[in-house]
Design a protein around this ligand. Structure first.
Ligand code: NAP
Length: 273
């Protein structure tokens, strides 16, 4: 597994996303993923599956310390007390004393960012998380977090796939020594049958999904967390490091950008910020 290095960490470039998988199906597929070699697992308090993920880790033969485990605090719990309570609940459900990365799931401008980030830093100092980070932060949020609040953030987890240009945020993150962890890297399935990606993949004996994932993980400072429900998809999503896209391939992929987002929830930020 290729890793992204930075801030003293070795973050596996491909992680396993668990949103919208719960119960026994979640436990089973996370165990399968760990068995196949995934060492980076992404969950969130809001996914309602932290206990299922925790069970998979407990039942797996992979040691806890060999797994990079991420969870997130929902936007209604970003005040100091909420952060502490939400994280204590997450650790309890995950059955672990610490996570590797704790993220602000979505920004919430009605809570002072400094209060949230201070509470996150305290959890890090207490050893309840090894790193802190953010998700769905715009350029404005990121600048405030790093430059005003001096937060030591590992990453910004963002929607990123060939149909969504993230060059401005990616450039800023690189400048701050942070990673971009790409969520919905397959556009929640939209990339799977994309004709341009399929045609490029044919040259390398790869699928459209594998081209999309290779395109992400071959970019400096980018890791990603595709979700899959079957062993075949889990396995395919790991087999993305053994081919190299050419400049011509990249130019074709760049032509897919339409700034179309899968996720535009009512509580989301203004992405022009
Ligand atoms: P995604 O990973 O872009 O796409 C998942 C879809 O692609 C599923 O329908 C899956 O089908 C299919 N798929 C996966 N591998 C495939 C393969 N090799 N061939 C064909 N189809 C394949 O979508 P996502 O779940 O939205 O994003 C991934 C993770 O990002 C989430 O699980 C979550 O952990 C994280 N996320 C974070 C945020 C945030 O706000 N921070 C928001 C959204 C997502 P099957 O299920 O049938 O395998």
């Amino acid at each position: 597994m290729e890793v992204l290095t930075g801030k003293g960490e070795r973050l596996p470039r491909i992680g396993f996303g668990t949103s919208q998988i719960t119960g026994r199906a979640c436990t089973n597929i996370v165990k399968t993923a760990l068995g196949l070699g995934y060492r980076h697992i992404d969950t969130a308090q809001a996914y309602g599956n932290e206990d299922d993920v925790g069970r998979a880790i407990a039942q797996s033969t992979v040691k806890r310390e060999d797994i990079f485990l991420t969870t997130k605090v929902w936007r209604s719990s970003l005040d100091a007390k909420g952060v502490a309570r939400s994280t204590a609940e997450s650790l309890d459900r995950l059955g672990t004393g610490y996570v590797d990365l704790l993220l602000v799931h979505w920004p919430n401008d009605s809570v002072p960012m400094g209060e949230t980030l201070k509470a996150f830093a305290e959890l890090k100092a207490e050893g309840k998380t090894r790193h802190i980070g953010v998700s769905n932060y715009t350029l404005r949020h990121l600048k405030e977090a790093v430059e005003t609040h001096k937060a030591d953030l590992l990453c910004n987890q963002l929607e990123y796939h060939p149909q969504l240009d993230q060059s401005a945020l990616l450039g800023a993150l690189r400048g701050y020594g942070m990673a971009l962890v790409a969520y919905s890297p397959l556009g929640r399935g939209r990339m799977v049958k994309n004709a341009v990606l399929s045609a490029i993949g044919k040259k390398y004996g790869k699928s459209a999904s594998q081209v999309a994932l290779n395109w992400l993980v071959s970019q400096d400072a980018v890791a990603t967390i595709p979700k899959a429900s079957s062993e075949a998809h889990c396995r395919a999503n790991l087999e993305v490091f053994d081919f190299a896209l050419t400049e011509a391939d990249r130019a074709e992929i760049a032509s897919l950008t339409s700034n179309s987002r899968v996720w535009l929830p009512s509580w989301g930020p203004s992405w022009d910020d």
